[in-house]
Design a protein around this ligand. Structure first.
Ligand code: AHR
Length: 497
């Protein structure tokens, strides 16, 4: 069964710049994300660079990751950064109380994180501790990282082998302070934010972009209070929302789902559009110029942990359903690029909607990885206006659009990405390009599989992978593409000379 859709892309109507930071990632001290997923230590038999595993590094580099958020998450508001500096063998061993109660040996700390960012050529985004840390502790961390000169903290950094300060732009003042970050009311956190951020100093020419801890899902009151009481003192305000079929208390598995679960997941992913619209509307009242960015620094699917794994490690498989969730979110972020300045997928390796899974020395790329790799051409491109008919995908009396589409232009090349949310019916899409050159060369890439639950395993790591989208054709001013059920594609249009 196929449905037809007509879409118009306005090549001469730019609606804003898609910040590359919308393609950011998040790595927390949680389960096997940092330890094993990224950090194996210099003495590991797994080939590594300064303790960071080479296979994972190589795969991540291909994503052009613009920023990496660390060390949490809930871990951030229990993290005391001085535990993670100095000779590794004498670093404190502590309990990771939030995530599985396992020993955290602090072998991956500030210096190792900046090394990882250097190797990935990505900007560090550090989240400070408000929940259980002091103003002094946060202030000293910033001094340690960014002060160039004579000071106790800069001297300590030098003693630990780093002469020059690092460049640090993004700094979060706490995480989920309504919950694991201190169970605060918005009024109380807004006052604490005002106080803590005062001591997040701008040393030398280092300019910190300060991100206030934002709302949980649809807590619009939190956004209103924060903007009213502290909007002028922040550069960004965060928002967290996970795609959770079932409910927070009754999550569902990552594998073994049916079409109804699929539909529910698509609906919940699309809900991000409404959340951003409503939080932005509140922000507009206090910040009509949209100076303050909405920073969606945790998004992604959250299923039951894989059977047989530590439930506190949040390890889950990743299927074509996750690929669609990723495409939907990225399209929504593009649409709201005037307000959404950054977003971070949770999380990078082995946790929640990971782009990479590892098992000892083996690793695999998930369907989500492929979407991020295909869509990276949208980074820093100009989003183009789109209108059209996106069809209907109905299940259980609830209707969603069958397809979502996004287009951008950069260096004269137009990229049109598409997702078919329907797990059963293909979609015939014809895209008319208005206001542009008459003729184009089209080439595309598609991610599709033989089943909507298809995923990669360590024994079959390439079941789901990208292939050339040869079915996409440019003819008589129209791009025609047949999208198989449950697929994601991108077509690149380059004007003919
Ligand atoms: O990403 C997992 C957890 O989800 C983070 O630690 C927390 O911020 C959120 O609740």
């Amino acid at each position: 069964m196929t449905n037809s859709h007509k879409v118009v892309v306005h090549a001469d109507w730019k609606v804003g710049t898609i910040s590359r930071h919308i393609y950011g990632h998040f790595a927390e001290h949680l389960g096997r994300c940092i330890y094993e997923g990224l950090w194996v230590g210099e003495d590991s038999p797994i080939p590594n660079t300064d303790g960071i595993r080479n296979d994972v590094l190589e795969a991540l580099r291909k994503l052009n990751i613009p920023n990496l958020r660390w060390p949490g998450g809930c871990f951030a508001d229990e993290y005391h950064w001085k535990d993670g500096i100095g000779p590794r063998e004498s670093r404190k061993r502590m309990i990771n109380t939030h995530w599985g109660g396992v020993v955290e040996n602090n072998h991956f700390g500030t210096h190792e994180f900046f090394r990882l960012c250097e190797l990935l050529e990505t900007e560090p985004y550090i989240c400070g501790n408000v929940g259980s840390g002091t103003v002094q502790e946060m202030s000293e961390w910033v001094e340690y990282m960014t002060f160039d000169g004579e000071s106790p903290l800069a001297n300590l950094r030098k003693e630990n082998g780093r002469e020059k300060p690092w460049k640090l732009k993004y700094f979060g003042v706490g995480n989920e302070n309504w919950g694991c970050g201190g169970s605060m009311h918005p009024e109380y956190y807004a006052d604490l934010y005002r106080r803590y951020q005062t001591y997040v100093r701008q040393y030398g020419d280092n300019r910190i972009y300060k991100i206030a801890g934002g709302a949980n899902v649809d807590d619009y009151r939190w956004t209103e209070v924060l903007m009213r009481k502290a909007g002028s003192l922040m550069d960004g305000l965060s928002l967290h929302n996970y795609t959770i079929p079932g409910s927070w208390e009754n999550k569902k598995p990552a594998l073994g789902f049916d079409e109804q679960d699929w539909h529910e997941t698509m609906a919940k992913a699309l809900h991000m559009d409404e959340l951003i619209t409503r939080h932005s509307t509140i922000m507009d009242q206090y910040d009509p110029a949209r100076r303050v960015g909405l920073i969606v620094d945790e998004w992604g699917t959250w299923f039951l942990p894989e059977p047989g794994t530590n439930p506190g490690f949040l390890y889950q498989q990743n299927t074509m359903r996750d690929a669609l969730v990723a495409a939907i979110h990225l399209h929504v972020f593009h649409k709201h690029c005037a307000r959404v300045h950054m977003a971070n997928l949770a999380q990078m390796v082995n946790v929640l909607q990971a782009v990479i899974l590892t098992e000892g020395e083996r690793m695999l790329l998930t369907p989500t990885y492929h979407v991020l790799e295909m869509f990276k051409v949208h980074q820093d491109a100009e989003a183009l206006a789109i209108h059209g008919s996106f069809g209907e995908y109905e299940s259980g009396g609830k209707t969603l659009p069958q397809i979502t589409v996004s287009a951008s232009v950069k260096d004269g090349v137009i990229n049109v990405s598409m997702a078919n949310l329907d797990p059963v019916r293909s979609a015939d899409v014809s895209i008319e390009l208005r206001g542009a050159a008459a003729s184009y060369d089209a080439s595309g890439t598609i991610l599709a599989a033989d089943h909507f639950e298809a995923h990669n395993t360590f024994d079959r790591p390439e079941r789901v992978t990208q292939r050339p989208f040869e079915e996409a054709k440019w003819e008589d001013g129209v791009l025609s593409a047949q999208l198989p059920a449950a697929s994601v594609a991108i077509v690149r249009l380059r004007a003919k000379a």
